[in-house]
Structures are given as C-alpha cells and as structure tokens.
Design a protein around this ligand. Structure first.
Ligand code: ADP
Ligand code: MG
Ligand code: ZN
Length: 417
C-alpha cells in the first residue's frame, strides 16, 4: 500500500538520515512489513539493524529485539536514542531500579524498541506481560547463536522457537552475518519451524581481484609475489606457526619488511607487530588465522593464502581485509591437493561428533570446488553464500577462460591417423 511505502521512505530519511537503502535492505524491510517470517543474511557492517528497526517504527507500538550481548544492546540503544527513537534495553548490567523504571515506560506505551537477552524474554513473567501488548514484531539479532553449526551457539537461543506458539501471527525476523547453508537451514528450522523467506545479499567485494594458482614452490611463489608489489601493505596467511616464522624470515632476508603474527608469540610481540602493520606503510604481515579479527586497515592491497583455508567462510572473511578503501586489491590462493588431503586427515582425527565432521567435510568440498572452478570464481564464491552473480570480469577465470577441449575435433584427429 502506498501509505506504507511513504512511511518507510520518510522514516529512512527522518530517523536514520539516509537517502537510500543499501543493497539488500529494501527487500528485507518489505518482506517484514508484508508480515512474512524473514531471515536476512548480510555481512557485518551491511546494515542489518535498520532492516528490523525501520519496520518496527513503521508498524508502531512496541517491538522486541533479542540480542546476545549487553554491549551490543547498549550500542544500538544509544545510537537509536541519538536519533530520537524511544529505545531501551532491560538487562542484568543495570541496577534493578533502572530496569523497573524502563518497564514502567514500556507498560505506559512510551517505548518503541525494547532490547532483551533471550533468557530474559523467555521468562514466564516477561512472556505473560508481553502477551498483553499488540507487538509490532520480534527481531532476533545474531541469529546464528541458535545454530550448533554457528561459531557462537547459545543454549538460551534454542528456546526462542517457542515464540512462534506464544505469539501466533507475530512477525518474526532474524538477522545474521553467518551465511553458510547448514547454519541457515538450522535457523529456519529451529526459529521459524521450517517456514521463512531467506534473503542473502551484499557479499560481493568487486574491487578485490580473485585468483587461485597451483602451489608448486611456495617459498619462491610467495617471494616473487611480494617483490612484484613493492611498498604495498599485504597479509600472507599460513596454516602453522612454523610456516609463518619460516616465511617471515625468508622475506626479511630478502630485504622485505615482513613481520610474523601467531598465537605462539608473546602477547607483547604480537601487539607490537600488529601496531607496526597498522601504523606504517607497506608492511607485510605473515600470520596464522589468529590475525585479523577486528583489524581495520583500509589500504591492505593484497591477501595471499599460501595454504588453503578449511572453509569458504574463513576465506571470504580473510580476503575481505583487503581493499577496504575501495581501491583495487588482490586475493591470491596457492592451491595444492595435498593441503586439502592434510585437512581431511585432521578432520578424521578430530574427536567431534559425526554430524559435525560431515558438515566440515562438505565445507572443505566447497573449498575444493572453488579452487578448481572453471567458471567465474566470484560467482562460485558468492553462490556458496546464496547470492547469485554473473561472470565478474575480475577473477583469474574470467580473465583467462579455460580452453574448451573439443573432444570431437580430437577424435577426428585420432581417426585420421
Ligand atoms: P550490521 O548489523 O549489518 O553489522 P549495522 O546495522 O550495525 O550493521 O550498520 C552498520 C553501519 O551502516 C551503521 O553505521 C549504520 O548507520 C550504517 N547504515 C545502515 N544502513 C544504511 C544506509 N541505508 N545508508 C547509509 N548507512 C547505513
Ligand atoms: Mg548487527
Ligand atoms: Zn569472474
């Protein structure tokens, strides 16, 4: 209906000060406003909060946001308050009197968005109290916490499936940045009882050129790659501490400013190297996966995986540290079937439950599929995250398409002999 359309745009500009939606946001907002159970998968920083905050404000009344961490709740509530939205959080980090005062305001109908931890929402008292409101929606943020395949499974999230029965017909919405299919299916099953519209979007980083090369002589390949990019900041990922040290030493011996980073170093040495990488230009960081969480350096020009990561989630996250400034950047992976075999062996030896192993094995298969792709590599990568993409023109396969072997021509040649 046109009046909802208008209310939506007006709120986007008035409350959030944005003149347009980011990729993926509008579809999600529309789906929620249409009352469809909705799961939105978007990378960190894509703007997931707005996807449920805006519909909540358009619908009016009280809406509930479930969030796993006090810090996340406080951040969002503070940001909303600055924008003049009546948002509040009730949580264990506040004195009781403050929580009581907030509840009074909620009961008086003065609050639009109420942030709660799942364990608090799911108390009988809270559910009974909320059943007297006509709620706008319930949004579950960081919804991967409900999945045992997610990295941060939380028991309290499991109970959220109850909300469907407690509030039939209530728009239920879930947000996450963890995108792989196992986790997604799990969220849809546990939270929505199998029925939800799933949106996946915004995963492309078009300024990163993606390539895979056969790993032949890694030490030499790494050195010539780095030499060909003098003065550029880069990250080289290696699978083990030993390989990190070897690679950093070899590059240093070649006169390149390369620093190691791994969990076997003292916290001081690690912090010092990270600081140097962030503060100085053109430093090469040689690291295990221990490096990178929350690193915000905008001018990293390349990420070189000298050993294949175990999942495309890790790969995607790691290459995403390149080119944050939007300028051209590169991601190269050195691929060897032997590395994958080693990972499979580790997986076999892991003392984890068989279902878990199966999921991990499938993730590794997807990694191999990406490395051996004969069609656009970016399309394969984005396809894994559920995003459809056309041939990108900015990957090695698009640049040099594999020669199509014409079997019939071959056969003719043979027959003529
Ligand atoms: P996520 O939860 O997906 O990691 P957030 O919801 O925290 O991301 O949003 C990240 C940032 O993007 C915030 O600073 C937010 O204000 C901004 N943002 C969200 N939507 C838009 C938009 N349509 N236009 C401009 N900035 C936006
Ligand atoms: Mg968020
Ligand atoms: Zn491509």
């Amino acid at each position: 209906p046109p009046h909802i359309e208008e209310a939506k745009r007006a709120r986007l500009a008035e409350v959030f000060g944005f003149d347009r939606f980011r990729p993926g946001q509008q579809e999600v907002v529309d789906s929620i406003l249409a009352g469809v159970p909705t799961l939105a998968v978007m990378p960190t920083g894509a703007g997931k909060s707005l996807c449920y905050q805006l519909p909540a404000l358009v619908k009016g009344g009280l809406s509930i946001v479930v969030s796993p961490l006090i810090a996340l709740m406080d951040d969002q509530v503070n940001a909303l308050k600055l924008q003049g939205v009546a948002a509040e959080a009730i949580h264990s980090g506040k004195p009781r009197e403050e929580n009581v005062a907030i509840w009074r305001r909620v009961a008086a109908g003065e609050v639009r968005l109420l942030y709660l931890a799942p364990e608090r929402l799911l108390t009988e008292r809270m559910l009974a109290a909320l059943s007297r409101f006509s709620l706008g929606l319930v949004a579950v943020d960081e919804a991967h916490c409900i999945s045992q395949w997610g990295h941060s499974f939380r028991n309290e999230y499991l109970g959220l499936g109850r909300l469907r029965e407690m509030f039939p017909g209530l728009p239920l919405v879930a947000m996450t940045a963890t995108a792989d299919k196992a986790t997604r299916d799990d969220i849809v099953e546990r939270l929505f009882g199998g029925q939800a519209r799933v949106f996946v979007s915004g995963f492309d980083r078009p300024n990163i050129f993606i390539a895979v090369e056969d790993k032949k002589d890694p030490a030499r390949q790494i050195e010539s790659y780095v030499r060909a990019r003098p003065g550029m900041a880069g990250i080289i990922y290696r699978i083990s501490r030993k390989k990190v040290d070897e690679t950093a030493e070899r590059l240093s011996a070649a006169g390149i400013r390369a620093l190691p980073y791994h969990a076997g170093m003292s916290p001081e040495a690690r912090a010092a190297n990270q600081e140097t990488f962030l503060a100085e230009d053109g430093v090469v960081m040689v690291a295990t996966v221990a490096f990178g969480m929350g690193i915000d350096k905008s001018d990293v020009r390349y990420v070189l995986h000298a050993d294949a990561p175990g999942t495309l989630e890790s790969y995607y996250q790691e290459i995403g540290r390149a080119g944050r400034d939007g300028q051209p950047a590169e991601a190269l992976l050195l691929y060897s079937a032997g590395d994958i075999a080693t990972r499979r062996r580790f997986l076999d030896e892991e003392p984890s439950p068989p279902e878990r192993k199966m999921v991990e094995a499938r993730r590794l298969d997807a990694m191999v599929g990406f490395c051996e792709a004969v069609t656009c590599r970016r399309a394969v990568l984005l396809g894994y995250f559920g995003e459809r993409a056309k041939a990108c023109g900015a990957c090695d396969v698009c640049r040099d398409p594999p020669k199509v072997i014409d079997a019939s021509a071959d056969a003719q040649l043979v027959l003529r002999l």
